[in-house]
Design a protein around this ligand. Structure first.
Ligand code: DER
Length: 239
């Protein structure tokens, strides 16, 4: 991936936009981790926020950083505070535009950390969803494999459905465990290669309506801002 300095600049840039009293969705991955650490510093200086984690990993880091936490179902619901802003990374960001109105935030591929089911819940529930990334994540057209969380019993059926739509599924193997990666939700992950994805919305619908799919990593019409860290600063693309 990209340089840590670029990731840190992106994460800290997004963390600086968080206001006192807000409820903050805390994303997963190394770039979002920089935002969490910066928010922890700001809590230490008196910022009053509550975090909603998107994974075991982000919950653990947020707790270590001293950020008070809420479960998603404490934050959502009719008389609950809601989620004001979510900060999360991405594996790929389609950044378009670049004309006079500046770059625009487009669809994403997420799920490199196999946390995209709860990430999408939190990111979609937030009033503002800020993506944090380094330049290596930017692309004109999404073309990375799409992580798809599947019920263990459904992995073969989903793999066949993916092949039927021209994709190539691969069960995600664990590195420090025998057998496949098992998600925080107890499911498996198929990384599905489709090549260049010309219509992310159509693919999102196809995957979401495939029996056995718990959640897929195509995030369409969710990002409000993309904070891209560079070696010298930060670029912000807005929807
Ligand atoms: O799992 C995810 O979608 C994460 O946001 C992730 O893949 C991005 O990870 P990184 O910030 O460590 O590159």
């Amino acid at each position: 991936g990209g340089s840590d300095a670029a990731k840190r600049r992106a994460g800290e840039s997004a963390a600086e936009t968080v206001a006192d009293g807000e409820v903050v969705g805390l994303g997963t991955g190394s770039t979002a981790a920089h935002a969490i650490r910066r928010l922890g510093d700001r809590v230490g200086s008196g910022l009053d926020i509550r975090g909603v984690a998107t994974s075991f990993a982000s919950r653990e880091l947020a707790a270590d950083c001293g950020i008070p936490l809420l479960d998603l179902d404490e934050a959502a619901g009719p008389d609950a505070p809601g989620i004001d802003v979510a900060i999360d990374g991405a594996d790929q960001v389609a950044v378009g535009g670049g004309e006079d109105d500046g770059p625009t935030a487009g669809p994403l591929i997420k799920g490199g950390g196999a946390a995209h089911a709860r990430e999408k819940l939190v990111d979609a529930a937030a009033d503002r969803f800020l993506v944090v990334a380094d330049p290596s994540k930017e692309t004109p057209v999404l073309d990375r494999p799409v992580p798809v969380e599947v019920l263990p019993a459904g992995r073969t059926a989903v793999a066949e459905a993916v092949r039927a739509t021209g994709g190539e599924p691969a069960l995600r193997r664990a590195e420090r465990k025998d057998g496949p990666v098992v998600t925080d939700n107890g499911n498996l992950v198929l990384d599905c290669a489709f090549g260049a994805i010309d219509d992310p919305g159509a693919l999102a619908t196809t995957l979401a309506t495939t029996p056995g799919v718990v959640e897929h990593g195509v995030f369409v019409d969710l990002a409000d801002e993309v904070h891209v860290g560079t070696e010298t600063g930060v670029r912000v693309a807005r929807r």
